[in-house]
Design a protein around this ligand. Structure first.
Ligand SMILES: Nc1ncnc2c1ncn2[C@@H]1O[C@H](COP(=O)(O)OP(=O)(O)O)[C@@H](O)[C@H]1O
Ligand SMILES: [Mg+2]
Length: 47
C-alpha cells in the first residue's frame, strides 16, 4: 500500500551529537514496522 511521504530529520551542526546513531535504528523500524519505503541521507556539515 502506497503511503504518503514523510520527512524525518535529525539535524544539528554539532559533531558527535548522535544524528547517525539515532538514524540507524529509526530507519528499519519505519520500513519493517510502519511499511514506509525509506531513503537515508546522512551527512556532515563542512565549510
Ligand atoms: N557503537 C558505539 N559505541 C559507543 N559509542 C558510539 C557508538 N557509535 C557511536 N558512538 C558515539 O556516539 C556519539 C554520537 O555519534 P554519531 O551518531 O556518529 O554522531 P553524529 O552523527 O551526530 O556526528 C559519538 O560520541 C560516538 O563516538
Ligand atoms: Mg553522523
Amino acid at each position: 500500500m502506497k503511503k504518503e511521504s514523510i520527512y524525518v530529520v535529525f539535524s544539528t551542526q554539532k559533531d558527535r551529537a548522535g544524528k547517525t546513531t539515532l538514524t540507524a535504528p529509526t530507519t528499519p523500524r519505519l520500513y519493517y514496522e510502519r511499511d514506509y519505503n525509506v531513503a537515508i541521507i546522512d551527512y556532515d556539515f563542512r565549510n
